[in-house]
Design a binder for this molecule. Structure first.
Ligand SMILES: *[C@@H]1O[C@H](CO)[C@@H](O)[C@H](O)[C@H]1NC(C)=O
Ligand SMILES: *[C@@H]1O[C@H](CO)[C@@H](O)[C@H](O)[C@H]1NC(C)=O
Ligand SMILES: *[C@@H]1O[C@H](CO)[C@@H](O)[C@H](O)[C@H]1NC(C)=O
Length: 307
């Protein structure tokens, strides 16, 4: 009787599974993840895109969104995304207003963070705003605005009023560059502190969707949602994104992305953040539906067959 020949079969099946990347939402100033509005927004996007959505809270929501400097808000958000294991294969971001700057902070500054695939920005003050988004046009608001504008680059305001981190007064660029603690760094505007890592990370996005609201009265000018802004030294005219130095000299990779066809400049009707459901379906959902191919290995190793 001979010894049985033992064959070991390694049977490996590769199965390709299509899976949507999850997304996170970063809310605007004065909002919080427990509010119904933001929950409803995320629920709709999740349902339509069939992907998991997470609301990332910074601090205690409304209060901290107003008072915590954006550098700190970004550091907290960075630690949070690193802890969500579901995001490890990559994820998409939907930013609302001020939340867009935290989003870009995560993309540019977050060492060791998971990769961001698409970034959809709604009403983001990307190039700054020429007025603090306080109340509006009432007399009292004008007074408060005036005080903050007068002192906006002082260290006390910078340390306690989050939006002061992205107020850019075109007639005080020197004050902005030396006093403003967040946006000049985020936009690589300070020549001596430019960091090519920020540019490299931002320009590695697959898609950048910049949604501007035609009747936006909160961020000034509304074109800042597209990286358009006033020229240094004057409140007129509003430069198109392509006319700004940030774009021409490609400080953060916006031009690189645009030339690769990866930037969508979208204009929708309505005031700040008042996006319709049909515009959500048209301009946000397609970028949350991206699929990644995952190779799953089934290995039936060590199944012995005796002959
Ligand atoms: C939020 O936290 C701050 C401290 O960071 C605290 O002063 C404030 O009272 C808190 N607000 C609410 C509504 O919990
Ligand atoms: C540039 O930024 C990266 C990412 O935060 C950091 O690791 C690096 O030290 C920075 N480089 C300089 C020269 O500051
Ligand atoms: C919204 O803006 C458009 C173009 O900027 C303008 O024609 C329209 O009248 C505005 N609508 C409202 C309600 O203000």
């Amino acid at each position: 009787m001979g010894n049985p020949r033992m064959l070991v079969f390694f049977f490996i099946a590769f199965i390709t599974v299509a899976q949507s990347l999850p997304f996170i939402v970063l809310h605007g100033i004065g909002d919080k993840c427990r509010h119904q509005g933001i929950n409803h927004f995320i629920e709709l996007l999740s349902d339509w895109s069939e992907s998991q959505g997470y609301c990332i809270e910074v601090g205690n929501g409304s209060w901290d969104s107003w008072t915590m400097p954006l550098t700190e808000q970004t550091a907290i958000a960075c630690e949070k995304v690193k802890k969500i294991s579901d995001l490890r294969q990559g994820y998409n971001i939907v930013g609302l207003s001020q939340g867009n700057l935290i989003a870009r902070g995560i993309i540019e500054f977050c060492d060791g963070g998971p990769p961001v695939n698409n970034f959809v920005s709604l009403g983001g003050p990307h190039a700054g705003t020429a007025s603090v988004p306080l109340c509006g046009s009432e007399l009292v608001c004008k007074f408060v605005d005036a005080i903050i504008e007068l002192e906006v680059y002082s260290s006390i305001v910078q340390a306690h009023v989050a939006p002061s981190g992205y107020v850019k007064i075109p007639t005080d660029i020197a004050g902005y560059i030396s006093g403003c603690k967040f946006l000049p760094k985020l936009n690589n505007e300070i020549i001596s502190e430019r960091n090519s890592t920020y540019r490299k990370r931002f320009s590695s996005l697959q898609n950048l969707v910049l949604i501007m609201f035609e009747n936006d009265t909160i961020i000034i000018p509304k074109e800042t949602a597209w990286f358009g802004y006033y020229p240094d030294g004057a409140f007129h005219p509003v430069l198109t994104p392509q006319q700004t130095k940030l774009y021409i000299e490609d400080w953060i990779g916006l031009r690189t992305l645009d030339e690769a066809g990866k930037v969508k400049f979208i204009s929708v009707s309505g005031d700040h953040l008042s996006i319709s459901q049909s515009d959500m379906k048209r301009h946000i959902v397609p970028y949350l539906k991206d699929h990644i191919s995952m190779v799953t290995t089934y290995n039936t190793k060590n199944r012995r067959i005796l002959i």
